[in-house]
Design a protein around this ligand. Sequence first.
Ligand code: PLP
Length: 485
Amino acid sequence: MNYISTRTADSEKQSAAYVIKKGLAFDGGLYVPESIPELTKQNIEELAEMSYTERATYILSLFLTDYTKEELEAAASAAYSAEKFGGPAAPIARVGDDYFLELWHGPTSAFKDMALQIMPRLLSLSLGKTGEAKDAYILVATSGDTGKAALEGYCDIDRVKIQVFYPVNGVSNIQKKQMASQKGNNVNVVAINGNFDDAQSGVKAIFANDGAKKMLEEKGLFFSSANSINWGRLAPQIVYYVSAYCDLVKEGEIKYGDKLDVTVPTGNFGNILAAYIAKKMGLPLGKLVCASNKNDILTDFINKGVYDKRREFFTTVSPSMDILISSNLERLLWFVLGADKTKECMEKLASDGIYSLDDEAMELIREDFAGYSCSEEETKKTIYELFDEFGYLCDTHTAVAAHAAKQYKSESGNKMLVVSTASPYKFAPAVLSALGEEVPSDDFDALDKLFAVTKCAIPKNLANLRDAEVRFTKTIEVKDMINSL
Ligand SMILES: *Cc1c(COP(=O)(O)O)cnc(C)c1O
């Protein structure tokens, strides 16, 4: 299996190891597989009898053909162990007539773990496979959750170092403590005096700085990123859709061939794109419902055929979906339009902040996708109702999806899989408020109170956090970021 760029037709083909090491393609595009491997009925029936790790090994082996089965098996076993996930990696909860796919049982209680637990191992292996003499130095600017998930994923991975920058007043106390208490010999965490954009611009400036690059080279290192556009982060996300379908068939909830609709709370379009690829492989998925919060740029795109980022940006209770540029949408454009038109759209987005697709293209997209958005009020109401009616506690992002699923379902008879992307405890203050409770000013008190009110178990990593030892305390100015490497 080889990979090509979304922006150049007939671009040079590259191996999986190469594209995982590189991240972005040479022309600024994203790497996509040149063909989609097929999943047959027999494959699915066999996978249904397997563990999550075995399913991951099989699916990844179809895409990462330059990795051996043993390598993938070792990576998947280490990434998705019961020790790390406290049980199965991607369990399904039945809530009324719907199924909720819980992707937040990993070490940081959010779905980014599903990719970031395995991607660093794939990157580490890629260095050997591509004959890379230098080790990778990952720089991450984070507004909270990605930083912690990356730190956990890269912790003590061979031939990789990681440094995370976060805005000192831009993350919650819990997020701060999660990062500041990170274990591992190859990790560093620094707070900056500035906001998230300052942190991100600072990292970009370091990437573009020749002096920094040279200094790193002398130490035998090269810069790399943990960005969600990396194919190594996307491929592992295909696995849980296949796995969920297998589980539902195995448990007799659906028969093989029954179409399963999927609703995904969407930000950067990575998670839902993985569902699209699973469907293209032959997994019997029905409609892919793209759920947006008040930042409804994707819903607008699907419904109107115009992607227009010239709009107000809202800060919401589902912050991981507060995004105006959904990078992974570029891969969908490539599947539908091909490289030349994708390049045109991306150039228009960069120069004018807007692009539009013709009716023919939008018809193709709407065969697979529907889009619904959810207001702040509706998000809170959904959390309240799900707990009130079914005793099911969900986080703010999952609530956006649950609301979208409800709007869509009236139009279809398929069963619905709602993708649940974070533990409710990760967003305890907002969840408490949605339940009509008063919110304690201290985040840790909010955790305890959410437990007292709901009696739903607190994830171990969050329960232990209050007493965790702080290792990183440094706060620096943005201009000093480059000297902190
Ligand atoms: C990142 C994130 C999302 C959005 O996923 P995308 O792949 O960026 O669309 C949704 N919910 C949570 C909790 C997240 O962390």
